[in-house]
Design a protein around this ligand. Sequence first.
Ligand SMILES: NC(=O)c1ccc[n+]([C@@H]2O[C@H](COP(=O)([O-])OP(=O)(O)OC[C@H]3O[C@@H](n4cnc5c(N)ncnc54)[C@H](OP(=O)(O)O)[C@@H]3O)[C@@H](O)[C@H]2O)c1
Length: 332
Amino acid sequence: MRAVRFHEFGKSIDMYQVDEIDRPDPRDDEVLVDISASSVNPADTYMTEGMYAPPELPWVPGIDFAGTVVEVGDRVGDPDAAGQAAHFEVGDRVFGTGTGKHVHGGYQEYAAIPTSRVVHLPDNMDLITAGGVGCAAVTAWLCLVDFADLQVSDQCLIHGGSGGVGHTAVQIADAAGAHVIATASPENHDRVRELGADIVLDYARDDLAEAIIEASGGGVDVILDHRLDEYLDLDAEVANMEARVMGIGEAEMDPSVGVAASSAPRLKNLTVKFMKMFNTPDLKPPLEGIAGMIERDELVIDVAREYTLEEAGQAHHDVMADSFFGKLIIRP
Ligand SMILES: NC(=O)c1ccc[n+]([C@@H]2O[C@H](COP(=O)([O-])OP(=O)(O)OC[C@H]3O[C@@H](n4cnc5c(N)ncnc54)[C@H](OP(=O)(O)O)[C@@H]3O)[C@@H](O)[C@H]2O)c1
């Protein structure tokens, strides 16, 4: 079978090879999935550059996947420590996330995937689109639902509501009943509004903080921030007392952003939480939550572009370089 592999760390588009390798055998707690699609996340590029390095090289990247189960490990179906059993059969349509770091990822024709990272795909989503759900939607879910405990009465600010994470976060916040304020480039405002944002603002405007305060009627309660180094001070300015700020990234990849240097979070009793999706070992609960939203037509994924396995290097370049709405998809 064909698999994209990188044999060294780096940023070059040419370092991604499509290799002919053996089809993997699923371990006891794994299912073998015939991959229909994977997607490209900024974190996929961090891994190929050597940050969040996988255990060995050559390695198959791809945090997300969707496809059809073709083989089931011997112990799939046994109850786990919590008494829960995973039920998968050959022919099941599935999607998930959390591969590409500890186990080989989705940029290949078949992938062996632990059942803690895979759930059934509702009938109303196609397998190509489903390749783009995983990391983006699960990160948004963990931040807004599990960590920030978003309430129907909350004013919620989503920075970058047009991005992979952002466009799912807008839908999750809207489904939770919150009042949703998002930022995006002007050409993306209409679509962010269609997905559920009540107000969309251009992040480049000089009076952004004032505009957010006005849009929220005085301040926001929950903030999803993917560029903490740029926006932490603004977050503190627009936050209500006791607001929850979820930090998922930085523009300059500098995790030491100004929290220590800024008294702003202290002035309002802010909770600022830094999170990484990979810190959650069992991704099944958020994936099940997302699947429920898909089934109820509360969550869609906008596919911006599709790439072949041979174009994986270009896709990794584009995810960091371009502005696009939603997700970049890789199809074996
Ligand atoms: N911690 C985690 O577990 C985790 C998980 C997933 C992602 N992340 C991080 O979250 C970030 C976003 O990921 P993604 O997949 O959503 O990326 P993406 O699809 O490339 O989205 C980027 C978003 O940023 C917006 N943007 C660009 N410049 C901006 C600025 N100056 N101010 C505000 N927004 C700006 C874009 O808006 P326009 O296109 O409208 O200009 C777009 O909405 C990345 O840093 C990624 O590493 C972290």
